[in-house]
Design a protein around this ligand. Structure first.
Ligand SMILES: *Cc1c(COP(=O)(O)O)cnc(C)c1O
Length: 482
């Protein structure tokens, strides 16, 4: 093309291309519409159902302009008001959190300013915020200052990063893999097994350690299993404990397991994705010894009630992390490491990424830590309250949980599993409050997971009313009672 042609074509394109850079008046109008939507949505949260089923309408991309108001209307109908209402107080299934509003403001700021948070040179301020969040987590869990860490999208990716470091530290590769042993509880979150498979350890041996009546790993059994495997010529390398299991809210004996892992020189990983932040509450003692872990994962999108999309991992052995994630050699030289460790990219599989540090940093700075602690303490009491009320209705409940997840079932005279499943279906059909189910000790049970920051006593009262209503329906339909 000639120079004049290029200039002419550029002028033609300008009108259309600049539409992406909207003027202030339009920005304000759009933000006002989103703000109005957000306020209506949040104001209505007490009056919506926890779970709605609906066939989803057309959300395909049209390629032409559609006004925001129309898109918000569609978003409300097809997204905000369908499925589990995870922002509402009534999400008591899986592991809820809620989504603190001020984190949404942080996401807006992060997106508007768009700093490159992965590389210290590119955005020293954003990288520093990410690192300050990690520093705060180190202090919460008593990890030493030279432990490294990064923010991830959630517990699954955090586990991947931690296990990769453990694998590389213990040189688990090639013909050594089928002789390498991982020790775990049958109550670990499935992201544990999934991470092992993803990082090439599918053929490693998974040794499930017997649990006590409260679903906790028995440290003496762990010790015995490791001794046995050693004498059989195997290569024990990794122990996984949970500080809050997903199904039963159990905290394994963290300190006693640390003793066993240390005695045998194994990598000690603690999955605190769900339960970790309860270390800030009256349950602190349960977490004794957590600072002895080699790696720890923790999900701010659970126990800090932030919107989905932020997990964290702390790892003591920075060399092992760099081995997996730093892309050239020479990284073993100490002085060098310090500079490297300021850039999240060297500690994580991600390079260009969402600046997720801000959505942790801003809410903690704006609110201070006290309301987060109060919310966690409140959840511990709510689960007790829920269990008591279910008990008076004739339900059986699992053992008293360490944290805020528990389970229950109705002692139907016969076909108990079938009828509890039926009860679960009725509860999902009703939808007032969302609960999920599991199988524990071979029994079909209904879980309560109380962690959403908006969940209050009234929510539990409503849940109990709903459960009674659904139980009546099952009993009526089947003529089966306790
Ligand atoms: C939720 C959870 C995970 C997985 O974390 P994601 O953030 O969902 O990827 C791992 N472990 C436990 C105990 C969990 O509760």
């Amino acid at each position: 093309m000639e120079k004049e042609d290029i200039i002419g074509r550029l002028n033609e394109l300008r009108a259309s291309s600049r539409e992406l850079d909207i003027p202030e008046a339009e920005r304000t109008a759009l933000m006002d519409q989103v703000a109005a939507f957000a306020n209506t949505f949040i104001n209505g949260l007490d009056n919506v159902k926890g779970f709605r089923t609906k066939a989803i309408g057309d959300l395909s991309i049209q390629g032409y302009k559609i006004p925001l108001q129309e898109l918000l209307t569609r978003y409300r109908a097809e997204v905000a008001e369908t499925g589990i209402n995870a922002a509402s107080p009534k999400h008591l299934g899986y592991i809820p959190g809620g989504g603190v509003f001020t984190a949404a403001l942080a996401d807006l700021l992060a997106a508007v300013t768009n700093p490159f948070a992965s590389v210290h040179f590119a955005s020293p301020g954003a990288a520093t915020i990410e690192n300050e969040v990690i520093a705060w987590l180190r202090s919460v869990f008593g990890f030493p200052d030279d432990a490294v860490g990064c923010l991830s999208s959630g517990g699954s990716i955090s586990t991947l990063i931690a296990f990769t470091a453990a694998r590389d530290k213990h040189k688990v590769k090639n013909e050594r893999i089928p002789k390498s042993v991982v020790y775990l509880s049958e109550q670990v979150h499935h992201s544990t097994q999934k991470a092992l498979r993803i990082i090439g350890l599918e053929d490693a041996i998974l040794r499930y350690i017997p649990l006590d009546a409260e679903h906790r790993i028995i440290p003496a059994e762990l010790d015995r299993a490791i001794e046995q495997d050693r004498s059989d010529g195997l290569h024990p390398f990794l122990v996984v404990a949970s500080a809050g299991t997903t199904d039963t809210g159990t905290v394994d004996p963290i300190d006693a397991i640390a003793d066993v892992a240390a005695k045998h020189g194994l990598w000690y990983h603690v999955d605190a994705a769900y339960g970790g932040f309860f270390i800030l509450t009256s349950k602190k003692n349960l977490f004794k010894g957590i600072e002895r872990a080699d790696s720890l994962i923790i999900d701010p999108h659970k126990g800090l009630f932030l919107p989905y999309g932020v997990g964290a991992v702390l790892i003591k052995d920075s060399a092992a992390v760099l081995h997996s994630h730093y892309y050239t050699a020479n990284y073993m030289q100490d002085g060098h490491n310090e500079e490297l460790l300021k850039s999240p990219a060297n500690l994580s599989p991600e390079l260009t990424k969402h600046f997720r540090g801000l959505r942790v940093w801003l809410p903690l700075q704006l609110h201070g830590i006290a309301p987060f602690k109060a919310c966690l303490e409140e959840k511990l009491l709510l689960v007790q309250y829920f269990r008591m009320k279910l008990g008076t209705l004739g339900f059986h409940t699992g053992p008293e949980p360490d944290l805020s997840v528990s389970y229950f079932w109705y002692p139907f005279a016969s076909r108990a599993d079938d009828l509890n499943k039926r009860l679960m279906e009725e509860i999902h059909k009703d939808g007032a409050v969302f609960l999920s189910s599991s199988v524990i000790n071979g029994r079909f049970v209904i879980r309560m997971a109380i962690l959403a920051f908006r969940t209050k006593k009234e929510t539990i009262d409503e849940a109990v009313e709903m459960i009674q209503r659904c139980l009546d329906r099952v009993v009526q339909a089947t003529g089966d009672a306790a």
